[in-house]
Design a protein around this ligand. Sequence first.
Ligand SMILES: Nc1ncnc2c1ncn2[C@@H]1O[C@H](COP(=O)(O)OP(=O)(O)OP(=O)(O)O)[C@@H](O)[C@H]1O
Ligand SMILES: [Mg+2]
Length: 204
Amino acid sequence: MAEAISGGLAHALGLPMPEIVLMDLDAELARTEGDPEIQDLIKASAGLNLGMDYLPGAINFDPVAEQPDAELASRIVWFDAFTSNVDRTARNPNLLVWHGRLQLIDHGASLYFHHGWDGDTAQAGKPFALIRDHVLLRWADRIAEVDAGWPGACRRRSSPTSSPRCPTTGCRDRTRSATRPASAPPTWTTCASGWRSARASCRR
Ligand SMILES: Nc1ncnc2c1ncn2[C@@H]1O[C@H](COP(=O)(O)OP(=O)(O)OP(=O)(O)O)[C@@H](O)[C@H]1O
Ligand SMILES: [Mg+2]
């Protein structure tokens, strides 16, 4: 779920990442796989799966060798603070470089609070302290600009037809639409808390 939700959010925010699709996996595929461990994985995954476009020739991001763009680094750090992603560290960046451009992968460790969540939203505004370990933090010197610009951009991207929709889709009446019944609870508070959280974390 974290992969689908955070991947969808990253896509809605225009961050570079391989396309995510829902795919139906045929267990027969296991017959052409030589590695018994992978065979078992394929068999166990028969049916509906989340799939990601394979980027041929992509290499893993190396923070020693690469000099990422400050604007993009700031956007990625902001996004990872927003989605509380603990898995973009120097040890395991979960970033690829493809045709000279960063690509985000692996959001499975984001939104980690949902594993033991009791439904309480009081924690939503808390700073995300683990952002201090983010592999791109040292290049991310435009967090304030990103923070000021993105809520607007996010609203612009929200539309009844865009799918998946970004977190501000529910920003009160601005985007209320046929897909969002008038009775649906507004999510503005959650969005605002998320932004505050990202801001607060990144200032530290
Ligand atoms: N879309 C892709 N295109 C090309 N290579 C990919 C893609 N996704 C992942 N990879 C390669 O597979 C590696 C592992 O991918 P991923 O991080 O999704 O798996 P993981 O099980 O979380 O592994 P890890 O624990 O190392 O993070 C990446 O570091 C990269 O080399
Ligand atoms: Mg990974």
